[in-house]
Design a binder for this molecule. Structure first.
Ligand SMILES: Nc1ncnc2c1ncn2[C@@H]1O[C@H](COP(=O)(O)OP(=O)(O)OP(=O)(O)O)[C@@H](O)[C@H]1O
Ligand SMILES: [Mg+2]
Length: 264
């Protein structure tokens, strides 16, 4: 069977002045795959997400989305192509409600654009009702149904992360990038997050790349793992292969079994 590559990171280097945050990194992601990127602090994980979403342009190398070169495209162009993300440092519109935040995500892909929506008209009104219904569904999916009209700023940290996921889904993405979605969550919230990510992967059939320090979570849900250290890819493989990889143990996991170290 011919599996389509959704994303192809081809010998990408990203420099900030004298600092090489990413050095000659290559990996690909298949359609429908759930891939994790792990590595120590400062390894370059968020930097590579920033390059995939148009925040940074690779200094060298190519990034292809569905076979098309996307180097240098702007974040809004990449949302329209089907790439959406959440942020390590949560970026919500704090003075907007939960529903309004998700509507912003939907608006990003709306053909009407902002001017169309402002101009109004019957077609826009019908679209808007549909949009609100869709956004409500995403909010229910992430478990925030009873907080629809709450201001984002009033949500606890873990729920703000879920809201970012709903907003990303509302863009209609094919590729969903999650930057440390479990950070700040308690044990129960992490369990629910695992179910949610599985649901998005299996039922919504999104391709997902996950950056996460919670090794239990990563080992639990990823199909494949890429390990970065000091800007370089030091390993790539299944959770089983990564857990026993000597380079990974030395750079990141430590000598003990990581599953014994983390308390979920
Ligand atoms: N805009 C920038 N200008 C200069 N240096 C940067 C910039 N963005 C990232 N860096 C540097 O690149 C390196 C990689 O940072 P990055 O945020 O990608 O790490 P990370 O793997 O996401 O780490 P963490 O697990 O702590 O989130 C770090 O040394 C960081 O200071
Ligand atoms: Mg990071």
């Amino acid at each position: 069977m011919n599996i389509l590559k959704v994303l192809d990171i081809d010998s990408v280097t990203i420099r900030f002045g004298g600092l090489e945050a990413i050095r000659d990194v290559s990996f690909a992601v298949d359609e429908g795959e759930l891939l994790a990127i792990i590595g120590p602090n400062g390894a370059g994980k968020t930097t590579i997400f920033n390059a995939m979403t148009g925040i940074y342009r690779p200094t060298q190398g190519n990034i292809l989305f569905k076979g098309q070169l996307i180097n240098g495209l702007k974040p809004n162009q990449l949302v329209l192509k089907g790439i959406a993300r959440t942020f390590q440092n949560i970026r919500l519109f704090s003075a907007l409600t939960v529903l309004e935040n998700v509507m912003v995500g939907w608006q990003c892909r709306s053909r009407e654009g902002l001017w169309g929506a402002l101009a109004g008209g019957k077609r826009v009104a019908v679209n808007r009702v549909e949009a609100i219904n869709q956004c409500r569904e995403y909010i229910e999916m992430v478990g925030l149904a009873d907080l629809m009209e709450e201001l984002a700023t009033n949500l606890p940290y873990g729920k703000q992360r879920l809201l970012e996921i709903a907003r990303a889904l509302a863009t209609g993405c094919n590729l969903l990038l999650l930057d440390e979605p479990a950070a700040g969550m308690n044990a129960l919230e992490r369990e629910e997050l695992i179910s949610l990510i599985r649901h998005i992967s299996k039922n919504l059939r999104k391709t997902i790349i996950l950056i996460e320090h919670d090794i239990n979570l990563v080992m639990n849900i990823s199909e494949r793992i890429v390990v970065l250290d000091h800007g370089e890819k030091i390993a790539e493989g299944t959770p089983g292969e990564i857990r026993t990889n000597q380079k990974v143990i030395e750079a990141y996991l430590g000598s003990e079994d990581p599953l014994e170290q983390e308390v979920v």
